[in-house]
Design a protein around this ligand. Structure first.
Ligand SMILES: NC(=O)c1ccc[n+]([C@@H]2O[C@H](COP(=O)([O-])OP(=O)(O)OC[C@H]3O[C@@H](n4cnc5c(N)ncnc54)[C@H](O)[C@@H]3O)[C@@H](O)[C@H]2O)c1
Length: 398
């Protein structure tokens, strides 16, 4: 007997994330392994329906991967009972209208972040989704990275003692598009098209910080557009109206200070494009996307400050690499499997639209902090309910 199948609408499957991470590395990989393994030992298979605006591209992708279903008609897909999940990898500004339709159609929804362009809209779709009684999830891919899974293991083991601070470096040089093509889509650099590194990265930082260390209580950020003019995919110049770097300090519950730099205008001198250093009373760790190294209290060297003499101590040699100890699969695929299990009633998936909304709140308040030059306090959420700031009460209709 073949496994039961769950139909998944994949809107934006032709895009960078939609195609590579969600179609090829997640849904197709799950199909190839015979479906998602459930806790009772059975499997549920997945059947994708590719949705996009360009018929030729959709047909080409479907043929390349031997897929039967594709369409440019989202409304027809949403009206069809064969598809119970709607997933969204569109450019951010196209997301809310599509998700609103999918909620009305009663589909369960899994989406890329950010869930909306504004906190008010993110809260609104979370409310609508709850009212419709559908299950909803938002990509939290960084939590599934091997390096961050190792970090979680360290935190859970009590390795750090009292955690004091977190420092993060994320970034790399994104070419301007003139003498070498840019390696990110041009809309990322136009505010009017939903671009900007704060809107892109602060939703990630929010879920990383709140799930590993504690809720974000305040933010101070400085957003900068270092490269004001770029060249797009068609070779045409445009004004880069969005921030391409953000320098931020977050105060976390429990008194932890997190300081994160995000930049598309920085040249890399570290082993990985994302790296966190966590310092605690009993030990410290440096983790990347994959690697993790530690320095416990008992193995801490005693540096002395003497600028008159060259320092010959090999500080990197004082760290010990952590073993991997388990197989970490692609994080997008692992989260898809968690969400699919949750949809069929087998397990939890806490990363919902409310978590997405908190990410948007942090992004919005980060931008407000940058505009006003002030540190912004974020109000504490009631258990499980969304964070609503006083100034949002009028706009979010709370
Ligand atoms: N989780 C992550 O690490 C991560 C990384 C990068 C991007 N993202 C998010 O993924 C989403 C897609 O980003 P991307 O880099 O793949 O972009 P992309 O430009 O490569 O793909 C966007 C998709 O949206 C479609 N599209 C564009 N304009 C549209 C419109 N007006 N109406 C309907 N469809 C439209 C395009 O055809 C394409 O399929 C964004 O929301 C982005 O924030 C997440």
């Amino acid at each position: 007997m073949s496994n039961p199948t769950i139909g998944v609408i994949m809107n934006g499957a032709t895009g960078r994330m939609g195609y590579r991470q969600h179609l090829v590395r997640s849904i197709l990989a799950i199909r190839e392994q015979g479906g998602v393994l459930l806790s009772d030992g059975t499997r549920v298979q997945v059947e994708p329906l590719l949705v996009g605006r360009n018929e030729a591209t959709l047909r080409e992708i479907a043929e390349r991967h031997g897929l039967e279903h594709w369409t440019t008609d989202l409304d027809a897909a949403l009206a069809d009972d064969r598809w119970s999940i709607y997933s969204d990898f569109l450019v951010t500004k196209a997301r809310v209208p599509a998700i609103t339709k999918a909620i009305a159609a009663g589909k369960h929804i899994y989406t890329e972040k950010p869930t909306a362009e504004s906190y008010a809209d993110a809260v609104e779709i979370a409310r609508l989704a709850d009212a419709r009684g559908i299950k909803h999830g938002v990509v939290h891919d960084k939590l599934y990275l091997p390096g961050l899974r190792k970090l979680k293991r360290l935190i859970d083991s009590g390795f750090f003692g009292r955690i004091l601070s977190v420092r993060g470096e994320f970034g790399y040089w994104v070419f301007e598009g003139d003498w070498q093509d840019a390696q990110r889509p041009s809309w990322n650099y136009r505010k009017q098209d939903g671009g900007g590194i704060i809107v892109d990265m602060f939703p990630h930082w929010n879920y990383v910080l709140e799930n590993l260390f504690g809720r974000v209580e305040s933010v101070y950020a400085q957003a900068v557009t270092h490269i004001p003019a770029r060249v797009d995919e068609r070779g045409e110049g445009y004004d880069a109206t969005a921030d391409d770097a953000a320098y931020a300090v977050f105060q976390l519950e429990g008194g932890i200070t997190a300081q994160l730099n995000s930049s598309w205008a920085v040249r890399v001198d570290r082993p990985e494009l994302l790296e966190f250093q966590v310092d605690g009373t009993l030990g410290s760790a440096v983790v990347g996307l994959f690697g993790a190294k530690v320095q416990p209290r008992v193995a801490t060297p005693r540096p002395t400050w003497n600028p008159d003499l060259p320092d010959t101590h090999d500080y990197s040699g004082d760290w010990q690499e952590l073993p991997t100890n388990e197989v970490f699969e692609n994080g997008f695929k692992t989260q898809w499997e968690d969400f699919l299990r949750y949809v069929v009633g087998d397990g939890e998936h806490p990363y919902d639209f409310w978590a997405g909304a908190r990410g948007l709140q942090l992004a919005e308040e980060g931008l407000r902090s940058s505009e006003t030059g002030r540190r912004i306090d974020l109000t504490a959420p009631d258990s499980g309910s969304p964070v609503i700031l006083p100034h949002d009460l009028t706009t979010a209709g709370a």
